[in-house]
Write a protein that binds this ligand. Sequence first.
Ligand code: GTP
Ligand code: SPV
Ligand code: MN
Length: 587
Amino acid sequence: MALTANKAVLNWIEEMRTLVKPESVMWIDGSEAQLEQLRQEGMKTGEMIKLNQEKLPGCYYHRSAVNDVARVEDRTFICCEKEEDAGPTNNWMAPDEMYAKLKKIFDGSMAGRTMYVIPYSMGVVGSPFAKYGIELTDSIYVVLSMAIMTRVGKNVMDALGDSPDFVKGLHSKAELDAEKRYIVHFPQDNTIMSVNSGYGGNVLLGKKCFALRIASNLGRQENWMAEHMLILGIENPAGEVRYLAAAFPSACGKTNLAMLIPPELYRKKGYKVWCVGDDIAWIRIGEDGRLWAVNPENGFFGVAPGTSAKSNPNALASTRKNSIFTNVVLTEDGGVWWEGLDKNPPKNALNWKGEPWDPADGSKGAHPNSRFTAPAKNCPCISPEFENPKGVPLSAIVFGGRRAKTAPLVYQSRDWQHGVFVGSIMASETTAAATGAVGVVRRDPMAMLPFCGYNMGDYWQHWLDMGELIQNKPKIFNVNWFRTDDDGNFIWPGFGENMRVLEWIMARCFDEVDADMSPIGYIPKVEDINLEESGVSRETLCELLTIDKELWKKEAEGIREFYSKFGDKLPHELMEELQKLEDNLDK
Ligand code: GTP
Ligand code: SPV
Ligand code: MN
């Protein structure tokens, strides 16, 4: 039965139903009884496998198709009216043409299947900053995952009331045909259409499609920001909590940083880190002129490989109940395993493709982009402010990526405008989170390259414009945990030890520590990064903080080339910053 009398909602659902022609329609009310019924149904169809309930209560396993394991950036489109509004970093097609193309693919795509109607909220239902969406899907995996990742159910429809202001999402697995796979956004219609995929990032439409690509458009119109950022709070021994948001590209350490456990030295003194969000931040200007950030999600869609009791115990703990694992190793006793979990790969297990797996043959058991979907409330360090509709006030914004050489461990921008420049020149080695080559350096401004729903040049302008409106601006930093030695080993220990860098960042925000000026911005004085019990020598730290002018000159050339793609959409302020960088490097 329909959960609403909202005409706009009902008309749109009817229109879509006529197109995809399902056998039946089922509204998702958010009740545990209904979700349980769907788990049972999913087990019958093989979509879901129940895991060992003693070890992993409420947990299920799911495999996606072998050719469908990551976001498909080359098949992701922004279909606004004018091509120049999508910009040189997005795929574009005229909306009419794309609608016509998709109509053919969606026609009858749910024949013989159930169409599930998922009302969901990004943000706390009823809060002034929440935004609502409806996803229509033929996948039980999507329903169960959306129920973890977002707030789902009847109360969302009640909060929407008669309003036509909701994001429309249509998803069908169709035939899982990679040749007809499309992830499409129509910003002017607040509409998302996703077809022929079953992989999380392509089909959990609340996440990247809505909360970043559509929301970045809304933020631009309404003077707020939708960013690919974690949010965390650092509690100091005095009990004061200071917050930062950090943008790193996919599979570059957001979940890990968001759930950081400080080294023992810090814990003894009384430091704690609280996780507000691990992937997406919606950021607004508060009445006090500061930036306030909320996490619109309700769960974590985290990378499994590398997650261990040592690297990220909080993430691991989050997955021990009511979670869904995708494309990891399935063990004989109904447990899960992945590379980096521990040093004991299981015998008689099935790999991510469902084949008998012999760890000794050198093949990977879990897909490198295998993931878990875990409820945020499972996280032992979830912030008490997680559900605060106002969000948390930001003292710092941090950018970062995977750079083997160029970028130092940390540096600080001179001011907001320079900080926007620092974000705009981000580059990182590609990872398994998207299809395509891994380990290639590419420009990924603000970690938003695959997620900005409009012209990146206009997006930079929006950042600059926001700077004019924010009275108490956060300070802007750049970090790099991934510098390597000549043998390719990481020099910085990373993970919990990153606390040492966060401490310096916060000290800078509150004018508690001095810094040195370099051609690229402020650099810590070596004695100001606490190395006690870190195992890192001063020499190593010096190396991590060096700026190789020759490498940076090459970097500047690369930036110039990248900027040239944007024509007159490139804000002149950024060109001026680039000129300043080049002048500083020549000095
Ligand atoms: P998405 O969910 O794709 O947005 O990824 P993410 O940014 O949340 O990345 P995540 O925290 O899942 O980390 C991805 C990979 O980076 C994992 O294999 C981690 O082990 C590794 N990683 C994270 N933090 C560090 C670090 O400080 N140092 C090193 N060397 N590796 C790290
Ligand atoms: C990312 O790739 O940045 C993710 C996973 O967080 S996905 O939902 O696939 O985008
Ligand atoms: Mn992400």
